[in-house]
Design a protein around this ligand. Structure first.
Ligand SMILES: Cc1ncc(COP(=O)(O)O)c(C=O)c1O
Length: 401
């Protein structure tokens, strides 16, 4: 199908260069295309299908919920078992200070809610964000994201946002008692899987605590088991004031959440009442799905995932074309020499039945984020296809292994 046809087909199109695959069904870690092609999903729909496609626990929970009820009332007016269960399972995996969950419909909405909560709680206006950060595309989330080219066409964005360098302690001097919040991905995703130093995150936590600034950790991509632990902040010995989740949280359904402490969250109920509301946030279907996803998360064998991911890294990392592998858990960026090589590899791998994908803001790298439920033989098959792809790319450039 031509790009022009796509645009004229009646669906808003976000790219003139879509993958252009027609998916028929998806099961486990495999995508089946309409033309019969089978593709290994090595990116989990950009960090969403982390528990595979059609996981029996998730589909059973969804079917149960469909038979009970769908939407009954806007968020917060009626008690719903699916919301209670999802919130209880989430809280059980989190430190006790994160005891109030607000469910929304997407990652960007979780960020916007968190920013509002921080302003409301601190009665301050200024927000600090971090270079390289990506937080979504609503006006609030875009304002705290760092890629200028993506922001300029939509200016003016939110005022009073200051950016500090990633993983650099000098920037922390910007934190003072005029700041409402610092918003940061615990591990940067779109910047190409950047893992910060433990000391930087700890110093950041300490500076926020010293000045009464709320630390918002965005784990929309790096949370829910992706980093090798249920939540990425567990690697760093810190606890955020607000945790933002999304993507894999909904088990394949659209959902986000921001989680904080009751003493802050309760402010949304007063002055004015209904300070932050949503029609579909906490919808029973995504909540039922999330409750199942959280139970799968709890039972994941992280040692096994680490072993598969390590074996993958050690094979791929040796390839002549690979400049660097950045990895934590099954959250992986593979950096090549240039963007053309990445383009070649994404297309070649796809032609050979493996889906890897680009980053928005990191052109020389591609992402790998397989479902955490992937078994050893599929990891190995995917690694074989990727090695052949890298070989083909190297050969096309006259490079020899
Ligand atoms: C770290 C991070 N934050 C926020 C978002 C925005 O989430 P959504 O696309 O669901 O609005 C994303 C999406 O990729 C993300 O990776």
């Amino acid at each position: 199908m031509s790009n022009e046809q796509l645009l004229n087909d009646g669906l808003a199109q976000t790219t003139l260069h879509p993958l252009n695959l027609r998916v028929k069904s998806a099961a486990g870690v495999m995508l089946q295309m309409e033309d019969g092609q089978e593709v290994i999903d090595f990116i989990s729909g950009i960090g969403v299908s982390s528990f595979g496609h059609g996981h029996p626990e998730i589909t059973a929970a969804l079917k149960r919920q469909i038979d009970l009820h769908l939407h009954v009332m806007v968020y917060g007016e009626m008690r719903q078992d699916s919301q209670d269960l999802a919130a209880a399972r989430l809280r059980a995996l989190l430190p006790s200070s994160l005891d109030a969950v607000y469910f929304v419909n997407s990652g960007a909405e979780a960020i916007d809610g968190a920013l509002k909560l921080a302003r409301r709680s601190t009665k301050r206006g200024k927000i600090i964000a971090v270079h390289g950060g990506y937080h979504g595309n609503t006006f609030g989330a875009l304002s705290v994201s760092s890629n200028e080219a993506r922001k300029v066409p939509f200016a003016p964005l939110l005022p009073e946002i200051e950016f500090i360098p990633w993983n650099n302690s000098e920037g922390l001097s910007a934190i003072n008692d005029t700041v409402a919040a610092v918003v940061v991905e615990t591990i940067q995703g779109d910047a190409g899987i950047r893992i910060p130093d433990v000391t930087w995150i700890q110093n950041l936590r300490e500076a926020c605590s010293r000045y009464g600034v709320m630390l918002i950790l965005d784990e929309i991509q790096c949370g829910m088991g992706r980093s090798g632990r249920p939540f990425a902040f567990e690697h760093f010995g810190v606890i955020p004031d607000i945790l933002c989740l999304g993507k894999a949280l909904g088990g394949g359904l659209p959902m986000g959440a921001f989680v904080s402490n009751k003493k802050w969250m309760r402010q949304f109920a007063t002055s004015p009442e209904l300070s932050h509301i949503t029609t579909f946030g906490g919808h029973p279907l995504p909540c039922a799905s999330a409750a199942a996803a959280l139970s799968i998360l709890k039972a994941l064998d992280f040692q096994k995932i680490e072993m598969f991911a390590q074996q993958f890294e050690s094979r791929i990392g040796k390839h002549i074309l690979v400049q660097e592998v950045r990895r934590i858990g099954a959250f992986i960026a593979i950096e090549l020499c240039d963007a053309d090589a990445v383009e070649f590899c994404v297309q070649h791998a796809l032609n050979n039945g493996l889906l890897i994908y680009f980053f928005l803001s990191t052109p020389n790298s591609f992402r790998v984020a397989p479902p955490l439920t992937m078994d050893r033989s599929t990891w190995m098959k995917a690694t074989d296809i990727l090695c052949q792809t890298l070989d083909a790319c190297a050969a096309s450039r006259g490079m020899e292994e």
